[in-house]
Structure formats: structure tokens, C-alpha cells
Write a protein of this length. Structure first.
Length: 249
């Protein structure tokens, strides 16, 4: 009796040791490998877009006020436009200002044409600004769809590994006729590890998505405010509430 108890204890100890990550890698089948590889790819995509958007947000935070203030403080319109043209392609506020300036200049060049008859200056500039703001807002959302998808699906991918591990444990029980720790520890360990990996992939993606959505909401509000000021300036020749602004294009 004592010998049986000792053997059972040794078997249980060996079974618990088989629940580690290294043992899981050693005994994984095709389904487990597929699940693990998918989770690794999802994690890599998530990390890439989190880093990419973090760098973009940091650059944008450092340039937004400088770009806006420089535009309004520059007295010569050509100098202001030249400054906007020198900004990086990823800088949204300068691109919105350039689109507004180009629309106003285009409308002015075609005075007396059907264009002017169909749309006045205010309407033409407003349409250009709407298109520019929409375009730049969409650019701010780069990678957010990936983060949302990873955050929503990674737990279920990990759950697939969990279900498969439990299924393998049941098969092992049926094959051995015993339900001891030694028979089920390995597959159950794989199941628990897959669940943990799935959650580990999903949580950063969800946190990153929520952070960048909130950050972009503030940027979009600034874009809308800037666009309204640009519309007033290019449509009327002066910014509402300001006594000085760049010379009208």
C-alpha cells in the first residue's frame, strides 16, 4: 500500500512537471503549433502598430502647436504656405492648410467661369477642407483596425488551443483508462498556457487601441477647429476673433 502511494506521488509530481512551457513545445501537435504561430503573428502586428502610432503621436504632439501658431503668426501668405510645404507628409495640419490655400487660389484664378457661378468661394473652400480633414483623420487611424481585431480575436484563438488541449486530455484518459495527474497534466498545461498567451496578446492590443482612439479624438477636434478658422480666413480674408493673420491668398 505504501509503495502504491509512493508511486502515485511520483507519478503526480512527474505529471505536474510536464505542465511547463518547455514540455508544451516538445509535445505540441499541428493544431497547437498553428494556434501558437497565429498568436505570435498577431502579437508582432500589435506591437508594430503600437510602436508606430506612439512615435507618430509623439511627433504630432511636438509639431501641432508650432505649425498652427506659425501659420497664423506669419504675415506673408507665401511664407506661410512655404512653411507648410516644408512639413513632413505625415503632418496633418499643414496638409489641411495647403488644401485650403490651393482651393482658394484655384477659385480666384477661375473668376468668371462656371466654377465660380456654381460654387462661391466659401463653398469651394469648405468642400476642400472637408475632404482634407476626412483624409487626414483616416490617416490617424492607421493600424487601429489591426489592434481592434487582435484585441477582439486573440482570446478566442487562445481558447481554441485551450479546447484542443482539453480534448487531448480526454483522449489520453480514454486511452489509459486512468484519470490521474500524469495522464492529463500535459494537455491541460498546454490549454492553460494557450489561454494565458491569448490574453497576453489581446490585453496590450486593447489598451493600445483605446489609448490611440482617445488621442486621435483630441487631434480630430483640433483639426476641426483649425479647419473652421481656415475657412473663415480664406472665405472672408480674416480669422474670426483675430486682428492679424497671413495676407489673403
Amino acid at each position: 500500500m505504501l509503495q502504491e502511494t509512493t508511486n502515485a506521488a511520483v507519478s503526480n509530481a512527474a505529471g505536474l512537471e510536464s505542465m511547463g512551457f518547455a514540455d508544451m513545445i516538445e509535445h505540441m501537435d499541428a493544431v497547437n503549433w498553428t494556434v501558437l504561430i497565429v498568436l505570435i503573428v498577431m502579437s508582432a502586428m500589435s506591437i508594430f502598430w503600437i510602436i508606430f502610432n506612439a512615435i507618430k503621436a509623439a511627433r504630432l504632439k511636438g509639431s501641432t502647436d508650432r505649425v498652427i501658431n506659425t501659420f497664423w503668426e506669419t504675415q506673408n501668405a507665401q511664407d506661410a504656405i512655404r512653411f507648410m510645404e516644408e512639413q513632413p507628409k505625415s503632418e496633418p495640419f499643414s496638409k489641411v492648410a495647403l488644401d485650403a490655400a490651393q482651393a482658394a487660389a484655384h477659385h480666384q484664378r477661375h473668376e468668371g467661369s462656371r466654377l465660380v457661378e456654381s460654387l462661391n468661394r466659401s463653398e469651394f473652400v469648405d468642400r476642400a477642407l472637408r475632404q482634407a480633414v476626412t483624409r487626414e483623420s483616416l490617416k490617424l487611424e492607421d493600424g487601429l483596425t489591426v489592434l481592434a481585431t487582435v484585441g477582439a480575436t486573440a482570446p478566442f484563438v487562445g481558447l481554441l488551443g485551450t479546447v484542443w488541449g482539453i480534448y487531448r486530455a480526454l483522449i489520453r484518459i480514454g486511452a489509459s483508462g486512468q484519470a490521474d495527474i500524469g495522464a492529463v497534466a500535459g494537455p491541460v498545461g498546454e490549454a492553460l498556457i494557450m489561454t494565458a498567451i491569448g490574453l497576453g496578446v489581446a490585453i496590450p492590443a486593447v489598451l493600445g487601441y483605446n489609448f490611440f482612439v482617445r488621442l486621435n479624438r483630441g487631434t480630430n477636434n483640433k483639426l476641426d477647429t483649425f479647419a473652421h478658422d481656415l475657412h473663415d480666413f480664406f472665405a472672408t480674408g480674416s480669422r474670426v476673433g483675430e486682428t492679424s493673420a497671413p495676407a489673403k491668398v
